[in-house]
Design a binder for this molecule. Sequence first.
Ligand code: ADP
Ligand code: MG
Length: 488
Amino acid sequence: MTDQTGDDRYKLLLIEDNPAHARLVREMLRGTPCEGSDIKHATSLSAGLDELQRDNFDLVLLDLGLPESRGMETFTRFYTAAPTQPVVVLTSLDDGQIALEAVKAGAEDFLPKDNMAGSLSRTIRHAIERSRLSGKLLEREQQLRTIFNRSLDGMVVIGVLGKIHFANPAATRMIGADGADRLLFQIQQAKDLDLPINLTFDPDEGPQILAEVRIASISWDNTPHYLVSMRDITLRQKIEDNLRQAQKMEMIGTLTSGIAHDFNNILTAISGIGQFMASSLKVDEEFREDARSILGAVERGNIMTRDLLRLSRPQDIEKITIDLNSLLRKTEKLVAATIRKTHQMKFVYAQESCPVLAAPEALEQVVINLLMNARDATPEQGQLTVEIDSLNRAEPFPAVKGQAPPGRYARIRICDKGCGMPSEIRERIFEPFFTTKEPGKGTGLGMFIVYGIVEQHGGWIVCDSTPGQGTTFEIYLPVDLAKNQVMP
Ligand code: ADP
Ligand code: MG
């Protein structure tokens, strides 16, 4: 402790069995900057260690020749009991070797007992300052280590030959077993190290991740190395992709409803003329038959435009609060007749009631469209599953429209083990008129309508599909909390 006058008043503990020598130490400090120090005296090692239990000391002066032990053994016993306590050892003149050993083993310094008059005060001050400084360094190092260890971003120091010298836990989690090789390869390929690169990694645990990687050239142990920082952007990327998809859908939706509207007018005109021709007595029956086929085609066109126009007029659809379970029990009966002929079908209902604000017919159409697609993708006798449940999502989650807010949702999962889809197809399924089916087999409107209806219900749709393994669609609909007395 340094006082206002610049003198150093320390708290010292002298462990020394010889009272005369202890007196001498006090005398030697007289007239030095350490004069005002508070010196406690213990006459044995165990008494000294007891003293350390009771109080804190800036420094211990430890005589190595004590009744209980001598030489290095004294120091070892002391250091084992008080490893963080700064200590200067007092040695006899011929103990030079032991003194050096003690310093190597952790003592701050040594003083030859018979010749310390000139250096005692200076040694005490230096030892204390040094140990304070190294304590501070240690503390700073621990702080930096905490930052590295707790950082959500990965940090890696990698040699130019690919040897990893340092990796924080976030990096270790991200890069997985072959990550170091890939990192080095990418660094070597990178034309401009200043630009971030996106890399995928296969962690040893968990799914593949996408990371934004930045590289800096640094010197480590005096040789050139790379400092690589990596941020997991898997979720961000997914949300951005979804948002882009949503914007595209909005544009296409506007275009489609415009076309549907005009097309509907044309159909009305054709239908009028067709009806006139079909009922005309001036023409023969064959001609009227042709006119009726025109009317049949017009009717199919009408259904299509009606579906499309319904999407562009959300205000027209009437919603009521219904329990998804009971709604889907009806749908199950409806589709049973067609699908059960070729495929197995399983409906699993929620234990709890799942009230949602919905247009029942529209929601039914969603499930039917999804089931028809699942059937088309699945070989005969394959199983299609529809599952209903409800859940709390505490975090926002990626959905087709970007990011769905947290909250209580009812969920319909429609699952098949059919052909699945590669990502190029999965990205386009919601576009109107996108179909991979043969001409005449698909209109490409089913998923577009599904998307629109789910959106009109304030809901979210998530698609997970693997080629050759199958597809799962999940539809999240906000639970109508006002009607939700059954659930907690
Ligand atoms: P359509 O059924 O008339 O082709 P949709 O809009 O219903 O039109 O579907 C668009 C496309 O999405 C389908 O042609 C198909 O390629 C793909 N698809 C939709 N659902 C699935 C599924 N469960 N499994 C595989 N592919 C699917
Ligand atoms: Mg379809």
